[in-house]
Design a protein around this ligand. Structure first.
Ligand code: ADP
Ligand code: NA
Length: 330
């Protein structure tokens, strides 16, 4: 296989993915499995950087895998695994920690936001080095493309910096990766506050669509999305962020262009747009939820997929780790 490599990871923390995760990241995972030698993992080691309930984490990790399969990942066309099943992640992370400046890590905006919210006493050192673990995740697979949402751009920049630093200090070991961010869907906004991104940590329940919620609940949230005082359905992210967000969601889920949607709703108000998008949402979420449940009801198949995935991932990861250890003198 001479295809370029892609890698990405998603946290199991919330149980359900949200619509931003799906449109910004998971949809791209599905697309890239056709063109890349793609590795996708549920990042349970990242999940323990904030307090976890062990049983819940174990269950949510499986729910995350089931959702990735329900979204269209095909274990015959990509490598799907759980991060902690491949010990090389933690091993390479240590090497990369020793190459990362304290000031450099301190400048990561996600860490600054999360640690400010939690307070210094509740913030773990694990949360501080989270981006460095992510660096190791990517470099282990020699990934050239990393499908992520816009919020991950700084972490991918750090990955590039550290790969280049390692390569020039110790000799070439790592592919320098690029972020694969789709402009249209790289940042899906909160439905109640379209000035912030939809996020499991910052959004209020009404502002976030959880894909495993009762479909009717999601439809209702679309109907009560915050828009603006105009009534014209027009894509304009600057002055009409709420409506533009709805148009992005609508266009991406249906494949209808935004220009066509603007024409379709000309002279109609936001009510028509929201009612139709609520239906689109229902039609998308209901089968997604059913497929997820089917995978969860078949634990043997899920176990087999993960065992095969971990084995494939380890073959690649072990080779890179051995090279990196050798280069640094271990
Ligand atoms: P969250 O940011 O809600 O905590 P994760 O950190 O688990 O979720 O993100 C998983 C993936 O989803 C990442 O690639 C991230 O960039 C992407 N993502 C998260 N929120 C959004 C959003 N609102 N719009 C687009 N992509 C997003
Ligand atoms: Na994120």
């Amino acid at each position: 296989l001479d295809r370029p490599r892609a890698l990405s990871g998603i946290q199991p923390t919330a149980g359900s993915f949200h619509l931003g995760n799906y449109l910004g990241a998971v949809r791209q995972y599905v697309a890239l499995q056709e063109t890349h030698d793609a590795f996708y993992m549920v990042v349970d080691l990242h999940a323990i950087t904030i307090p976890q309930d062990p049983q819940e984490l174990r269950a949510n990790t499986r729910v995350a895998v089931a959702q990735l399969l329900a979204a269209g990942l095909d274990p015959d066309r990509c490598t799907l695994f759980v991060q902690s099943h491949v010990p090389e992640h933690a091993q390479l992370a240590w090497v990369m920690n020793c190459l990362t400046g304290f000031g450099e890590a301190s400048r990561m905006t996600q860490f600054k936001d999360k640690s400010t919210k939690q307070g210094a006493d509740r913030t773990t050192v694990g949360l501080f080095t989270y981006p460095v673990l992510q660096v190791a995740d990517i470099l282990l697979y020699q990934a050239s493309q990393v499908p992520v949402g816009e919020d991950q751009r700084q972490h991918i920049e750090l990955t590039r910096d550290l790969a280049e630093r390692f390569n020039s200090r110790f000799g070439h070991a790592f592919t320098v990766p690029s972020a694969h961010i789709v402009k249209e869907t790289g940042k899906i906004y909160d439905l109640q506050d379209p000035s912030i991104k939809m996020s499991k940590s910052a959004s209020t329940p009404k502002g976030i669509i959880s894909l495993l919620d009762e479909p009717k609940v999601s439809a209702k949230k679309i109907k009560s999305a915050v828009t603006d005082l105009e009534t014209v359905v027009r894509f304009d992210e600057e002055s009409k962020p709420g409506v533009s967000n709805l148009l992005t969601i609508y266009a991406t889920l249906t494949g209808v262009s935004i220009a066509e949607l603007e024409r379709k709703y000309e002279g109609k108000g936001y009510g028509a747009l929201k009612t139709d998008l609520a239906d689109v949402m229902l039609d998308w979420v209901a089968p997604f939820r059913a497929r997820t449940q089917e995978y969860l009801d078949d634990p043997e198949t899920l176990d087999n997929i993960l065992a095969k995935g971990a084995e494939k991932a380890r073959t690649v990861a072990a080779e890179t780790l051995a090279l990196a250890y050798d280069k640094v003198g271990l």
